[in-house]
Design a protein around this ligand. Structure first.
Ligand SMILES: Cc1ncc(COP(=O)(O)O)c(C=O)c1O
Length: 396
């Protein structure tokens, strides 16, 4: 029997992929499943982006590229950040990577080691906690509470910093809650961090273009006092419906771009060339498809929130961004895991237990509303039927 390194026992996973596999297995048995579990847009990549990749292949872009990404793509990233967020970024500080996840792996491995502490949102994207533990560092949860609209409280975050803290991870708009951190809390955090110059920050802004009801995305890039220790995580997966292409980018401080690029060289060499050309077309081409997709999510969000609030035992605060709703399900008297299993097995609706996103997710379920309004309404009908008392079953 091969003997694994001890740290492998610390590596977690993303249960979304397990639920997806279980949903597919049930479908293979002939069951009808509505999947509100998986976090990816139900739109196709816009055709002009696909064409750019095809053209790149036809033009002979078949070889390695520079490890940090081709210069026109890094320039397009810098121009896009300037256009959307009004912040200056040096293209030499941009690292093109295969998906958003790679940035978090690199940032956490760069700072994490036994004895170090890393603060991360909980409930939050599960890979943060998984990789922190894998690195040997101690994960310190920043609990995100429903009463705060699932935004962090800056004083709470600052109170958790110790001399051992190496990195703070924040994510707004957030997975799994849809929470958007108000600008006032971000500014308070930034001011407080002046007293802790040894602490780096990774801001996961992959849902930055998905905010609703006039909420504005507040980027951490806007604060000069942080620029020498801020890692920005973003990418194409969600904004351009490109999850399967595996394309993301990060912006690093001047002092960290070299070690980040060294990690890339050790890990994947570079992102495949045609995908990088697709990335340029996405950023420089028309943005109409992005706006259409976000408008569709905005409409579905209204539908799912009101439908969830009509389910006995559920209550759902309005998510400000991303494409997730995170209802409180404690009044069903089932644990998140039990309810996830019941809705999938008996109701034919795939969701994700709040605990898939950390211990503070108990009492919640995550619904992705990247699905049609028709499917969302049918899923809610199935859930009401599945949870109806036995005497009322069939009436729902
Ligand atoms: C908050 C957050 N960050 C990063 C990612 C990773 O994105 P990618 O698929 O580009 O690796 C996800 C994907 O679900 C996410 O929800």
């Amino acid at each position: 029997m091969p003997i694994l390194a001890d740290r492998m026992s610390q590596l977690g996973t993303e249960t979304a992929f397990e639920v997806l596999a279980r949903a597919k297995a049930l479908e293979a048995q002939g069951r009808s499943i509505i999947n509100l579990g998986i976090g990816q847009p139900d739109f196709s990549t816009p055709p002009h982006i696909v064409e750019a990749a095809v053209k790149a292949l036809r033009d002979g872009h078949h070889g390695y590229t520079p490890a940090n990404g081709i210069l026109p793509l890094r320039q397009a990233v810098a121009a896009d950040i300037h256009r959307r967020l009004g912040c200056e970024v040096n293209p030499d500080h941009v690292l093109v990577v295969p998906g958003g996840k790679v940035t978090m792996f690199f940032a956490i491995m760069m700072f994490g080691q036994p004895g170090a502490e890393i603060l991360y949102p909980n409930p939050g994207f599960p890979i943060y906690e998984s990789v922190i533990k894998y690195s040997g560092a101690t994960p310190v949860a920043i609990p995100l509470l429903e009463k705060n609209g699932f935004a962090f409280d800056a004083d709470d975050v600052l109170s958790k910093i110790t001399p051992r803290t190496r990195l703070i991870i924040i994510n707004s708009p957030a997975n799994p809650t849809g929470g958007v951190v108000p600008k006032a809390q971000i500014e308070k955090l930034v001011r407080g961090l002046d007293k802790h110059p040894h602490v780096a920050l990774m801001s996961d802004e992959i849902y930055g273009q998905m905010t609703y009801d006039g909420r504005e995305h507040a980027t951490l890039l806007a604060y000069p006092s942080l620029r020498d220790r801020l890692i920005l995580l973003d990418g194409w997966s969600k904004t351009y419906a490109m999850t399967g292409w595996r394309l993301g980018y990060s912006v690093w401080p001047a002092a960290l771009i070299e070690p980040a690029t060294r990690l890339a060289i050790n890990c994947h060499s570079c992102v495949n060339a045609p995908t990088q050309f697709a990335g340029i077309a996405a950023l420089e081409g028309p943005q109409d498809d992005v706006h259409k997709m976000v408008a569709a999510f905005a409409e579905r969000r209204k539908v799912i929130v009101s439908e969830l609030n009509a389910i006995p035992g559920f209550s759902c605060v309005e998510p400000g961004g991303a494409f997730y709703a995170f209802p409180n399900i404690t009044r069903t008297r089932l644990s998140s895991r039990q309810l996830e299993a019941k809705l999938l097995d008996e109701g034919g609706v795939a969701t994700l237990s709040g605990t898939s996103f950390g211990a503070h997710g108990e009492g919640y379920l995550r619904f992705s509303y990247a699905n049609s309004i028709e499917n969302i309404r049918e899923a809610m009908r199935r859930i009401r039927a599945c949870l109806a008392p036995a005497s009322k079953k069939g009436a729902a």
